[in-house]
Design a protein around this ligand. Structure first.
Ligand code: PMP
Length: 398
């Protein structure tokens, strides 16, 4: 008997598995609407000009690559705080927020979850129904029981606010509530600011611990606008966690650039929290990698590069919005048996299209169009070359 003879094959990650199937497909007209990646009009993952310039500066500096501090690049960490809260915010001035570089948004959630397990070992975690599938897996892996709170109302293609509030109220006091700060993945349906206020009130009443996940800042309305929920929590005075990801907004997926911010009552308290978070990081991966965060920090902290980045991110956002609009127009013009106007209202890279698993299977088998079986499609993978084929196919499978 070998050591591994009884090891079972783990299920494939559904979205990464979809990618493998897409790559193996030899049909030349194939389209991948599965994975959450922004593609340019030319169908490629862009290298932003702001990133290219920052990388050039960095390469020319010939900087040595020593170990970073456990919390990463300090100038990057402070730039992340400004992006979340605004440079003049009370949170930054008071020092009651601590931020650590993390290995992508996933890494930020992971160190946050591991730290929370030490802080609140018996807590329950609640995630939206539906949510990014790794939310559940990550918090379960950290040892928490994970529940859903009602979120998406398929009939209205909107938020079930009453259901959500009721579920949040019914959780044990001091539950950990994972919230998508903007561009909800997978539905593309966000809370309005009034709805956020109602949620915040319940969280305060129940002393829940909000964990805001912001992976698409800048993809809905703008960099500042998309952090409105984060600022609302900041103004409330309650403690909370924020995981940031720059994978999408800097088109730096493989560099793993993220951050975890924890907001406490005072600078003194925040300092103690950071000392504990550092222990978690130290025993996970010791300290983070240098390249991605240095580049993002350079862009954020250099006014000309920051302005260029904002412009480039704005172009990505506008291109996605154009694709949403074209998709709605084409589906209507081609006589789709359903009203798809909601697609233009959804925010971020995804649309919960309402397509069934059978329809998604037909799209793949008959038309070489790949989407997630839940019906989630990545609108950011559409372009003027493939949108016609995609809307033709959708009309035929409906
Ligand atoms: N949170 C959400 C909601 C996401 O959609 C993603 C990426 N798909 C992440 C976190 C993780 O981001 P990263 O790729 O930077 O780990």
């Amino acid at each position: 008997m070998s050591l591994f003879s009884a090891v079972e094959m783990a299920p494939r990650d559904p979205i990464l598995g979809l990618n493998e199937a897409f790559n193996a497909d030899t049909r030349p007209h194939k389209v991948n609407l599965g994975v959450g990646v922004y593609y340019s009009e030319a169908g490629r993952i862009p290298l932003l000009k702001a990133v290219e310039l920052a990388e050039k500066t960095r390469a020319e500096a010939h900087a040595p690559r020593g170990y970073l501090p456990i919390e990463g690049v300090g100038t990057y960490d402070s730039a992340v705080q400004k992006l979340l809260f605004g440079a003049d915010s009370e949170i930054i001035k008071s020092g009651r927020c601590v931020t650590s570089q993390a290995i992508g948004g996933t890494g930020a959630l992971k160190i946050g979850a591991d730290y929370l397990k030490r802080l609140l070992p018996d807590a329950v975690v609640a995630i939206s129904d539906p949510s990014w599938q790794n939310h559940r897996a990550l918090f379960e892996a950290a040892g928490f029981p994970v529940q859903n709170y009602r979120y998406y109302d398929a009939a209205r293609q909107g938020v079930d606010l009453e259901g959500m509030l009721e579920d949040l109220r019914q959780l044990p006091r001091q539950s950990i509530i994972v919230l998508h700060a903007c561009c909800h993945n997978p539905t593309g349906v966000d809370l309005s600011i009034e709805q956020w206020q109602a949620v915040l009130k319940v969280l305060q009443e129940c002393e829940h611990v909000p964990f805001l996940d912001i992976a698409y800042q800048g993809f809905a309305e703008g960099i500042y606008e998309d952090a409105a929920a984060v600022r609302l929590f900041a103004d409330s005075g309650m403690p909370f966690f924020v995981s940031s990801s720059f994978s999408k907004s800097f088109s730096l997926y493989g560099e793993r650039v993220g951050a975890l911010s924890i907001v406490a009552d005072s600078a003194e308290e925040a300092g103690r929290v950071m000392s504990q978070l550092k222990l978690v990081i130290r025993t996970n991966y010791s300290n983070p990698p240098t390249h991605g965060a240095t580049v993002v920090g350079l862009v954020l902290n250099t006014p000309e590069l920051n302005a260029l980045w904002q412009k480039e991110l704005g172009e990505m956002r506008e291109r996605i919005q154009l694709m949403r609009k074209l998709m709605v127009e084409q589906l209507a013009a081609k006589g789709a048996k359903r009203d798809f106007s909601f697609v233009a209202e959804q925010r971020g890279m995804f649309s919960y299209s309402g397509l069934t698993k059978e329809q998604v299977d037909r799209l793949r088998d008959e038309f070489a169009i790949y989407a997630v079986s839940s019906g989630r499609i990545c609108v950011a993978a559409l372009n003027l070359n493939n949108i016609d084929a995609v809307t033709d196919a959708i009309v035929q499978v409906l």
